[in-house]
Design a protein around this ligand. Structure first.
Ligand SMILES: O=C(O)CCC(=O)c1ccccc1C(=O)O
Ligand SMILES: [Mg+2]
Length: 371
């Protein structure tokens, strides 16, 4: 008795961020994204969230390319035949090259539906084994070092398990030095979002003196070769984010020595099944992983919590509390963080109820598709 998806609703949502989030590649004031609702013949709904942004700054996908890929290619494949297990979608969607975030949005909704039909929380359906997860917080580039120090102070007091700060040329060594002076023991890491090249090797080596947990994605978003050269000359572990799009990428990066840690984002790698494969390959090779963030609303956040229960997610991820981003999230209850941990919900599926009223408030347009 496979899952027969009868209808899918795509909604385009816009949510104001509480404060702008600035990276080396650009600044976000608001979040614009696609919410996927997939309904089966019994009227159950599964939810997925595309993490593509409106502009192709982080990767090449956008909200509009995702809508196009989903509407014109992925939904016809989804409606083609019943689904015995969500892991089948990886194969079914493989005729479509790339477009991982579009695929993951659909696959995520089907995982939720699958878990609900089995009366299982999503984390159990994925094979996870934790009832709490540890989380950190990612802090954007600020106007001044003083502003940054004040913000870090607040999150350290709130109990977040590690602090990640965004860096770029001109906002790096001096900033990290001040942060370390003020917080000598806080678990600290930096994320460059590909703002450097091998020509900057001296600047990157200068970060070695600050006992950083890792440097995330210093070099180009598609590179694993230069990262291997860099890792050989750095003591600080490199963590890859943008460069890893699949389990195959992870295998090659590990073989080359391009990183010692991998950030797994469900959207970036094409879904939960691929995320699990990356987790497994990393585990076999003693490479710890953690769950990255894409400023997700509640549905994406819930998926991140579920995948983080797999046992090789040993480092705190970027899944901060709903209230860190939003005045009001789209799930009930919202995601809350206590002493730097999130209690994993035990209700079937993603474990949170989608607040349809709130979804309507944020929806600018929607379209329904029938099998
Ligand atoms: O709080 C979060 O969701 C993580 C924020 C973050 O670091 C990020 C946000 C947008 C795009 C890329 C990244 C990243 O991890 O590189
Ligand atoms: Mg990153």
């Amino acid at each position: 008795m496979g899952i027969k998806v009868k209808r899918v609703i795509l909604r385009h949502l816009q949510m104001e961020l509480k404060s702008p989030f600035t990276t080396s590649f650009g600044s976000f004031q608001k979040k614009e994204f696609i919410l996927v609702e997939a309904m089966d013949e019994d009227g159950l709904s599964g939810w997925g969230e595309s993490v593509a942004f409106p502009s192709p700054w982080y990767n090449e996908e956008t909200v509009k390319t995702n809508w196009h890929m989903i509407e014109d290619f992925l939904l016809p494949l989804l409606f083609q035949a019943p689904i015995a297990h969500p892991e089948e979608l990886r194969q079914r969607f493989s005729v479509i090259r790339k477009n991982q975030m579009a695929k993951a949005a659909i696959e995520g909704a089907i995982w939720d539906l699958f878990a609900k039909r089995q009366q299982l929380p999503l984390h159990k359906a994925l094979g996870g084994n934790k009832n709490r997860i540890e989380v950190g917080v990612s802090i954007g580039i600020q106007k001044s070092i003083d502003d940054l120090l004040r913000i870090i102070e607040r999150y350290v007091q709130e109990g977040y398990r590690r602090i990640k700060i965004k860096i770029k040329p001109g906002w790096d060594v001096e900033v990290v030095r001040e942060v370390r002076r003020r917080f000598p023991d806080v678990p600290l890491m930096v994320d460059a979002n590909s703002a450097y090249s091998l020509e900057d090797i001296d600047r990157l080596k200068a970060l070695d003196e600050f006992q950083l947990m890792m440097i995330e994605q210093p070099l180009a978003p598609d590179d694993i070769v230069d990262h291997a050269t860099l890792q050989a000359q750095l003591n600080t572990p490199i963590c890859l984010d943008e460069s890893i799009h699949s389990a195959e990428d992870a295998r090659k990066a590990i073989q080359l020595g391009s990183c010692r840690i991998i950030n797994i984002k469900i959207g970036r790698v094409g879904g939960l099944a691929e995320a699990k494969r990356i987790h497994d390959i990393c585990k076999e090779n003693d490479i710890p992983v953690w769950c990255g963030g894409m400023l997700e609303a509640g549905v994406g956040r819930a998926h991140n919590i579920a995948i983080t229960t797999l046992d090789n997610f040993t480092l705190p991820g970027d899944t901060a509390a709903s209230s860190h981003y939003w005045t009001k999230d789209i799930i009930v209850p919202e995601v809350t963080v206590h002493h730097g941990t999130i209690t994993v919900p035990e209700k079937p599926g993603i474990g949170y109820d989608v607040d349809r009223q709130q979804v309507d408030i944020y929806t600018s347009y929607a379209k329904m598709y029938h099998a």
